[in-house]
Design a protein around this ligand. Structure first.
Ligand code: G
Ligand code: G
Ligand code: NA
Ligand code: MN
Length: 254
């Protein structure tokens, strides 16, 4: 109860901030995108991780308001970077189940794109398999509407859940993001290597892009590069950065 009230005040009092984690080209090492990751800045406790409040936000429904704020803030920031002459990166936004299945997510996103002036092709939504499998028919319809706007769709944490592969045929997706649990020791773990090879081969044969998240060390990057992984992300390149630092990161690649 206390948490819900505090969250409502947080939305109202501008206590939410976005940090941005770079995604870089597997071959070039240059930034191709930023993932927006929310944090709650509390005067008493400092930065609070979404792991500690997203679930409560979902249960109380306040995630819808928070999610809209995240989309608007992320699109505004990405447009600003473009206007400043930064590399034409895309912005990735994590979408929760409640937000995804809310009526007319497409309308909200269309409005935010119009308002912020960001071209749809530069907005990518990160959705987990479990979100899509909750109500596959409705999900497919929403995805088709989002694709019609020109927005990109990425499957986050791929391989972590228990869902089937058949949805890769039926859902109009652009990108598969391999879960970090397969990546952290992929320079030495044979099972994870087999899984990563299979996922990259599958994705490329379906003409999907592949992102590896959670790349922390050079040997993991080298293994992923040897398999032509399209995009890589992780602490090896950068931790999530506050807005100003994220701009400085991009500026190096002007
Ligand atoms: O950045 P961090 O490792 O603290 O993120 C923890 C979790 O919170 C991740 O699962 C991430 O996807 C999720 N998350 C971060 N930002 C958002 C957001 O804006 N919306 C939603 N729904 N989840 C987010
Ligand atoms: O659920 P999602 O994949 O959106 O969560 C992303 C989370 O992973 C964020 O909380 C982010 O801070 C974290 N993260 C990003 N890069 C790395 C990394 O290299 N290693 C680990 N362990 N976590 C990472
Ligand atoms: Na994500
Ligand atoms: Mn993920």
């Amino acid at each position: 109860l206390g948490m819900e009230l505090l969250l409502r005040k947080a939305v109202f009092n501008d206590e939410l901030v976005l940090h941005y984690q770079p995604k870089v080209g597997g071959d070039t090492g240059r930034p191709v995108g930023m993932e927006a990751l929310i944090r709650w800045k509390r005067k008493d406790l400092g930065l609070i991780s979404p792991a500690e409040f997203i679930q409560v936000a979902e249960e109380t429904g306040i995630i819808v308001e928070i999610g809209e704020w995240v989309l608007r803030e992320a699109c505004t920031q990405c447009k600003k970077w473009h206007d400043e002459g930064m590399p034409l990166i895309s912005i990735s936004v994590n979408i929760s189940a409640v937000q995804f299945y809310k009526q007319k997510l497409e309308k909200t996103i269309e409005e935010i794109l119009r308002e912020t002036g960001l071209e749809a092709q530069f907005l990518e939504l990160e959705l987990t398999e479990s979100i899509l499998m909750k109500q596959p028919e409705e999900a497919a319809e929403t995805l088709r509407n989002l694709k019609a706007l020109g927005v990109k769709i990425s499957i986050d944490d791929f391989g972590k859940g228990f869902s089937s592969l058949s949805y890769l045929k039926h859902f109009p997706i652009d990108t598969i993001k391999i879960d970090k649990s397969f990546i952290f020791d992929c320079d030495i773990d044979k099972a994870n290597q087999a899984i990563i090879l299979a996922v990259i081969t599958l994705a490329h044969n379906l003409e999907l892009n592949v992102v590896a998240e959670g790349v922390e060390e050079a040997p993991q990057l080298m293994y992923l590069q040897s398999l032509q992984c399209d995009i890589v992300q992780g602490y090896y390149f950068s931790r999530p950065l506050e807005k100003k630092k994220a701009g400085e990161y991009l500026q190096q690649y002007f």
